[in-house]
Design a protein around this ligand. Sequence first.
Ligand SMILES: Nc1ncnc2c1ncn2[C@@H]1O[C@H](COP(=O)(O)OP(=O)(O)O)[C@@H](O)[C@H]1O
Ligand SMILES: [Mg+2]
Length: 585
Amino acid sequence: MERVVCPVLIGREIELTELEDALLAANRGDGQIVLLAGEAGVGKSRLATEVQRRAVKIGITVLSGGCSEADLALPYLPFLEALGNYLTAVDLDQVRKGLGSLRRELAHLFPQLEPEAESRETGDPTQAKLRLFEAILALLRLAAQQTGLLLILEDLHWSDASTRELLDYLTRRLRGTRIMLLGTYRADELNRKHPLAHHIQAWRRTKAALVIDLQPLPPDGIAGMVRAIFDSDEVTDEFRDFLHRRSEGNPFVLEELLKDAVDRGDIYRTETRWERKNLDDLRLPQTVRDTILLRVEQLSPEQADVLQTASVLGRSFSYPLLLAVSAKDDRSVQAALHASVQQQLIEEEPHDNGRYRFRHALTREAIYEDMIAPQREELHGLAADALTRQEGTPPIDLAFHLLAANRWQDAVPIGIRAADQAEANQAYHEAADLYDRLLEHVGDNLTRARLLCKAGRAHLRAGDPGRAQRFLDQGIPMLEAAGEEIEAAEYRILLGRSNWEKAQPAIARAHYEQARAVLERAGPSDALATAYIRLSGLHMFNYEFDECLAMANRAAEVAEAAGAESARIWAGVFIGGALVSLGQV
Ligand SMILES: Nc1ncnc2c1ncn2[C@@H]1O[C@H](COP(=O)(O)OP(=O)(O)O)[C@@H](O)[C@H]1O
Ligand SMILES: [Mg+2]
């Protein structure tokens, strides 16, 4: 017997009713977010698959995506996956038309929608993010328009900050749409400090999302699974209770235990039916990790190698990449995959030829964590090399492997590119964290200074002026010391802004003044215009309208000379405001 996996869904009647009600409500135009919470292996994905099956049956469009266990991944990854699949399956011209001008907001995330897009005006980061969220919602609504939409997002305990923010936005925006968002997360991974925990608490309290807690299966459920797996009616109460105790009602653990028992011959098939040894003679492994590793031991060393290599690539991995990283020939890799499927360790990715995945995240974790650190590092290095040769690899994936390989020299420039990209996608938290993380691996002062300043800017954009200030305070003098005075002055405007946001206008003004003086020497520029606009704003705030007007006029002049369009418009707003306040309009 190859696989010991329950062929049907056991129990979960109450949960299914709730889920189906939510699905039908969404289909009628009353969409919402539903979350399935529970420990690893309890059956969240299995239940989500059942909801998906029912949705497909009544003609509802289903899109799905998942979060990555890697500690660095693209911001908005689950949405990117789900919507990316959608966009490959539809007429892009229709989508462009449906989105109207909002499609420009999506140009970075989905270049296929707006291939010609130039980089956008930055403007107010909070506004930019809201427009992005609106555009994503618009895209989801398009997908839902004709048929209703079930959007499944798996493993949200691994979600990035941007995904969490977008989810929070959607909790308020799905009512009145035909969208049901079904998310899953491991409740046991969310301690009180987990950033998702705080959102979920709030959503529960305000009923912004329906949270369904999946409990382990009761003894009868365990018996039901055993009956279904072995296609037999005979499960004694004693065996049922024994397995329930050993699996703690966790379906994944049960299947793994049974697989081991079958492999070891403790459960065996006679001519007519399944038999088992006495309970006292069953030698079940102590932990689920042991059940998995025991089966890895059944593989040949070469096959185990391939599997370990795969575990570095993630829960889901492509065959060509595995082939490239493992540096073995086609036949050996195929054989390893085949044996691993038989050992119930991996499976083919449904609906995706050429991709495989570990049977469960726990399977990958067990194999990955069983390696010693130098072995993992080496494999991450090989993965990075293979990905470098592959076209279209996102810098963030490369950065992840390079960092895990401790190859700082290569990791820093790629990591900076990845963080820049995250910032361009309004994923300011991720960008800030990544700049920050790269810092410890940078020796040369100029690069350090730049990283500190970039991190500061990202923190400011993420709405954290306190941290922005700390980073900029450190980075700016270093930039100046390295002779990069203009660049330093540009960041100094942001430092002033951070101080202003922290209600320290006097310090803010000093920074703006200092930046202005440096920038004046270099002639008209966007940054110089911005410095004047900031000063003008401070005067406005103090009811010093003459000074406000003077600074705004100078800003307009500089902006005009520098061809800085948005600064020019902005200066105009301040001129107008000052004139009105002075009674001159
Ligand atoms: N209610 C159930 N009935 C039958 N099998 C189940 C049930 N719940 C989970 N399983 C099986 O247990 C294993 C782990 O379930 P999964 O949904 O992947 O867990 P989770 O997503 O909660 O980590 C899968 O092989 C799945 O088919
Ligand atoms: Mg799952």
